[in-house]
Design a protein around this ligand. Structure first.
Ligand code: RFL
Length: 391
């Protein structure tokens, strides 16, 4: 016999989207239950993004949470290093809001501290066998199992924040969703290393392929190296990794340091529409994937849950269902605008380097786009607004 409970909102997934949504609801006085398949220590040690963009700093300020959740200001510069020659782009801004340094791991840890330890919210880790009932005319229900047996949560709304391989999107019947995929045709080797960014974050363009170095704390950074979709981790022993970094950055004097983690990431964009069905609403990686070049995946997850939290608050507190009904239409223009930016960044950073990738014409036009960032003030301004998430 399953243990029965009622709650207005069930959130599936305690990543950055699920925990942020739960925190916003809690701030608004709305009860929810968060279900997470991993244990708390696993969730707290997962490392990915590094910067909360200016749009989302402003969002956390609006929810009166910025100082409790985020780190300090982040570098407002990027070294678009081309064939080993540095060109430092300064992010311009017309208001006082700046992106803040905050690794995804730091944000998730701070969310768990505020949400669970300080506000006493109900986040259930290590659950298994999550299933969703979301049919017209019956109350939505989320069932799961844990060490105490089977549970059934009857609710009003379900938020699917369980990323690309979760159960939420998979529960939507065939024929409802359209999935739009673009594969860029190459991958990145992402390596977390025990060495800080020395001067400016680097986006390195070279005939030998792209290299990036982005900050991940006072003592760490993440290098990204363009590689083939067929590459295996075993193709990238430490010595080859560091030799390629030296070659692609043009920094022959760079010394090897410890490589803490490495993974292969195929560069692709994915958008599912609509991102709602019945009483189920998708947010974050469950709804879309961004190539990491534009650093927007986590930032768009935060945008989604900002919109979803406001819509759920209207529905639960004010009985106004219109914002929930319009959720997909509210979110999609922003998602496509940042897919366009991420695609611009990905094509420009890779095509400008290796001319064998898409030919000399694409290399020259990509380099012209980069040059414009330094020579055409209007191009620099729009690029800054995209980087800040304000476009
Ligand atoms: P998450 O963070 O993956 O959280 C989903 C949670 O759902 C749980 N889950 C389930 N729980 C219950 N039942 C199930 N059946 C479940 N299935 C899954 C999972 O255990 C997990 O806890 O997704 P969310 O919250 O949507 O957040 C999205 C972001 O994590 C993602 O977009 C970013 O990491 C993307 N990303 C970056 N984004 C940025 O904004 N800036 C960056 O610099 C940046 N760098 C990156 C990145 C992603 C990367 N990878 C790994 C693709 C760098 C890399 C290498």
């Amino acid at each position: 016999m399953a243990i029965q409970e009622n709650t207005p909102v069930v959130i599936i997934g305690a990543g950055v989207a699920g925990l942020t949504l739960a925190t916003f609801l809690k701030v608004a006085g709305i009860t929810c239950i968060v279900l997470e398949r991993r244990d708390r220590s696993y969730v707290q040690t997962r490392q990915r993004a590094g910067v909360v963009d200016a749009r989302n700093v402003q969002m956390f300020e609006r929810w009166s949470l910025a100082d409790r959740l985020l780190g300090g200001p982040v570098a407002q510069t990027i070294d678009y290093r081309t064939d080993g020659v540095s060109r430092v782009f300064e992010i311009s801004k017309e208001d006082a809001v700046e992106g803040r340094f905050c690794t995804q791991q730091m944000l998730v840890n701070n969310l768990l501290r505020v949400l669970v330890d300080e506000m006493g919210a109900d986040v259930r880790f290590s659950v298994t066998d999550v299933t969703i009932r979301n049919e017209a005319g019956v109350a939505p229900q989320v069932a799961y199992a844990d060490a105490n047996g089977l549970h059934e949560l009857t609710c009003v709304h379900i938020a699917g924040c369980d990323a690309d391989r979760g159960v939420s999107r998979a529960s939507i019947p065939a024929g409802i969703l359209t999935t739009i995929i673009h594969d860029f045709g190459y991958a990145w080797l992402a390596a977390l290393v025990e060495a800080p960014v020395a001067a400016h974050p680097i986006m390195g363009i070279s005939e030998h392929g792209f290299v990036g170095q982005l900050p991940r704390g006072p003592h760490r950074s993440r290098y990204y190296l363009q590689c083939s979709l067929d590459d295996q981790l075993s193709d990238w022993p430490d010595q080859r990794l560091w030799d390629e970094i030296r070659l692609r950055t043009g920094d022959a004097g760079l010394t090897n340091s410890a490589v803490l983690e490495r993974e292969l990431v195929p560069l692709r964009s994915v958008v599912h529409v609509p991102i709602q069905h019945g009483q189920l609403f998708l947010a974050g990686d469950a709804a879309h994937l961004f190539p990491p070049t534009g650093a927007k995946g986590m930032n768009l997850a935060l945008f989604d849950v900002d919109m979803l939290a406001q819509a759920l608050i209207s529905a639960v507190r004010d009985d106004d269902l219109a914002p929930l009904a319009a959720y997909t239409d509210t979110v999609m223009p922003h998602v496509w605008r940042y897919q366009e930016f991420s695609s611009w960044m990905t094509n420009t950073m890779h095509d400008a380097g290796d001319s064998t990738l898409h030919g000399t014409f694409c290399q020259k036009t990509a380099r012209a786009r980069l040059d414009a960032l330094f020579d055409v003030p209007a191009a620099a301004r729009i690029h800054s607004e995209y980087l800040r998430g304000m476009a």
